[in-house]
Design a binder for this molecule. Structure first.
Ligand code: BEZ
Length: 228
């Protein structure tokens, strides 16, 4: 029955401070914000341990961990299973990971048995998957603000290369007055953000830009020395 006195946590939006929490994980207890420290962080949920798609996703993420490390981004998984279930499932994943271009799990998994963190982050979608966490991803910055949110259905495995691509964009645009166009990848041309007028743009991009329209100004990647 609907409990009118149970307050639902407020929905998280990009730009919000990511809710802080204490949690039990496969590598010990953590305080989330403290654990993030001065890094970026990806917290991502999967529906259940010992399920097929989740096994492929977590092993692939483990294989990509060096790429997350290069980008100063920590990784932490979450589901409503216990630490002992997580560790037992990790052995299964180690057995099969080579089939999925994956690796044995090399990052902590949060045991959220009482669903407190899942509720806090809006990872429970009863209409999609009854009382389990669906496939949610949050990228959080060193400032503890939410930079990206993604929600996938239980039946669709995620592409963590796309998350790395988005992380590259997030890190670039945090430091430079550019945005990144469709299908952009590291090193490709960027777009001067609309709130930089042409006078300011001349200062920031002395090598110039290609204005396809007054609002669509293409500039080379500002981390290439040309524009420094
Ligand atoms: C899976 O990981 O395969 C899965 C988990 C929950 C629902 C559907 C698929």
């Amino acid at each position: 029955m609907f409990n009118m006195f149970k307050r639902k946590p407020k929905a998280i939006r990009i730009g919000d401070i990511a809710p802080d929490f204490k949690a039990e994980t496969t590598t010990g207890d953590i305080n989330f914000h403290e654990w993030i420290g001065n890094s970026y962080a990806m917290i991502f949920s999967h529906p259940k341990d010992f399920t097929p798609v989740c096994s492929t996703e977590l092993s692939r993420t483990a294989a990509l961990k060096p790429e997350f490390d290069k980008r100063n981004c920590k990784i932490i998984g979450l589901s409503v299973d216990s630490v002992s279930e997580h560790t037992s499932w990790e052995s299964d994943i180690a057995d099969v990971c080579s089939n999925f271009n994956g690796a044995p799990i090399n990052f902590p998994l949060i045991a959220d048995k009482d669903k407190k963190i899942a509720e806090l982050y809006g990872m429970i979608h009863p209409a999609e998957l009854d009382n389990l966490t669906i496939r949610s991803v949050f990228i959080i910055g060193p400032d503890k603000k939410v930079k990206l949110m993604m929600t996938y259905p239980a039946s669709t495995g995620r592409n963590f290369n796309e998350i790395l691509r988005a992380l590259d964009s997030i890190r670039l645009t945090a430091d430079h007055k550019v945005a990144t166009p469709v299908d952009w990848k590291n090193g490709d041309d960027c777009i001067i953000v609309p709130n930089v007028d042409d006078i300011k743009a001349k200062e920031l991009f002395p090598n110039g830009w290609n204005a396809l329209k007054p609002y669509l100004r293409i500039v080379s990647d500002p981390t290439n020395n040309q524009n420094k």
